[in-house]
Design a binder for this molecule. Structure first.
Ligand code: DAH
Length: 374
């Protein structure tokens, strides 16, 4: 028989399987060494993550080796499995240690780079300020509030009746010509006013508020009415087609011209300073009788006469007078029982006089170099 030397048919198979186990174990060892080197070489957390995927990921090297284990007989598999788990655990631990190290370094680096230098001067946010016109208007309103006047609103779009007629300025009155305005509705080519019908217009003065208030409220009346007015004027150093006025009206029993003088003298000193004088010059307004214009002594030359006051020593600041009995009658107030005074001042003009501004137009130009000064 030749069996004796003949190789056992299964022995070769056994040897082949041994080789396979050995092969897998050495592959695992190589994998561990390579992974350690790659982990050591990763210089960022992102690079480290790539290393993890390359070695332990679903398509990574370890998976490839494990796939080879499928060819092992069942009894060899647990040992190979343990070996692969050991290697996986070791690699995972190395990854986590290196990961912590890198994360700490990256955090430290970010903190250093993002640090705020609190010694740098801040960037300023430009914030606006009140316009000179508004602040003067409010300043004057406060002065009147202090002596018991209520501030009321008027309407900028007004009827011919309230802007003129009720103020004792009937359609053919020459004073209308000095206050031409923008008509909003006039389907008659200007004839409606002549016929006594009311056109709609942009008010030329705040005085119309007087007529509204007297119709709405029983005396005593102590009001001011600040607001915009419009005229068909071309802008020049002393005219604007749109500007602001503050109207004032007092209606009560036994109001005299002395009350008017005392009130306006007090207000002027509050606005311009206690050393400023006032003077009352006779004038004409349709809705007051007697009427006056009020001047305040020039703040530059103190009455001597200079270029600013055109050599007179005085600056004209407002119009005023005792309410004309006709105006009371239009509004349904008995002029035998009540008397009153009224006044109207231009806000832009007062701003210019207070701050020596030679040209009204700069108030509207929006030049920051000018506006920032107030
Ligand atoms: N409304 C006048 C104007 O615009 C100013 C004025 C004058 C108002 C006399 C008054 C007043 O109340 O009594 O020129």
């Amino acid at each position: 028989m030749k069996w004796g030397w003949k190789r056992h048919p299964r022995l070769g198979v056994v040897n082949a399987r041994r080789d396979l186990v050995m092969e897998i174990v050495s592959q695992l060892e190589r994998l561990r060494t390579d992974a350690y080197a790659a982990i050591e070489g990763a210089s960022t957390t992102a690079a480290l993550e790539e290393v993890r995927v390359a070695f332990l990921g679903k398509k990574g090297s370890l998976t490839t080796i494990l796939r080879g284990m499928g060819q092992l007989p069942t009894e060899e598999r647990p040992a190979a499995g343990r070996a692969s788990n050991t290697v996986r655990d070791a690699i995972e631990e190395a990854l986590s240690t290196r990961g912590d190290e890198l994360a700490r370094a990256e955090l430290a680096h970010r903190m250093a780079a993002d640090a705020v230098d609190v010694t740098l001067p801040g960037r300023s946010m430009p914030i606006g300020s009140r316009h000179l016109i508004n602040s003067i208007r409010d300043e004057i309103s406060e002065i009147f509030a202090g002596i018991g006047y209520r501030a009321v609103d008027g309407r900028e779009v007004e009827t011919d009746y309230y802007n003129f007629t009720a103020l004792n300025t009937p359609p053919d009155h020459p004073a209308r010509g000095m206050q031409d305005t923008f008509y909003v509705v006039d389907r008659s080519g200007g004839q409606a006013a002549v016929r006594g019908e009311s056109n709609v217009l942009l008010r030329t003065q705040t005085s119309g508020v007087q007529a509204h208030i007297m119709e709405e409220q029983e005396p005593p009346i102590y009001i001011i009415a600040p607001g915009k007015v419009y005229r068909r004027d071309v802008a020049d150093p002393s005219h604007l087609p749109q500007f602001n006025q503050i109207e004032g009206l007092v209606v009560d029993k036994e109001i005299t011209f002395g009350d008017l003088k005392g009130t306006l003298d007090y207000v002027c000193k509050q606005i311009f300073g206690p050393d400023r004088e006032t003077r009352f010059r006779p004038h004409f307004f349709p809705f007051t009788e007697p009427s006056a214009e009020v001047d305040v002594s020039c703040g530059i030359c103190h009455g001597e006469g200079c270029r600013f006051c055109k050599g007179t020593g005085w600056l004209e600041i407002l119009g005023c007078g005792m309410v004309d009995p006709n105006v009371f009658v239009y509004a349904g107030i008995d002029p035998e029982v009540y008397s009153g005074f009224a006044f109207g001042m231009g806000v832009e003009r007062i701003a210019c006089l207070k701050y020596d501004i030679p040209d009204l137009r700069v108030l509207l130009e929006g030049d920051m170099r000018f506006l920032r000064q107030y």
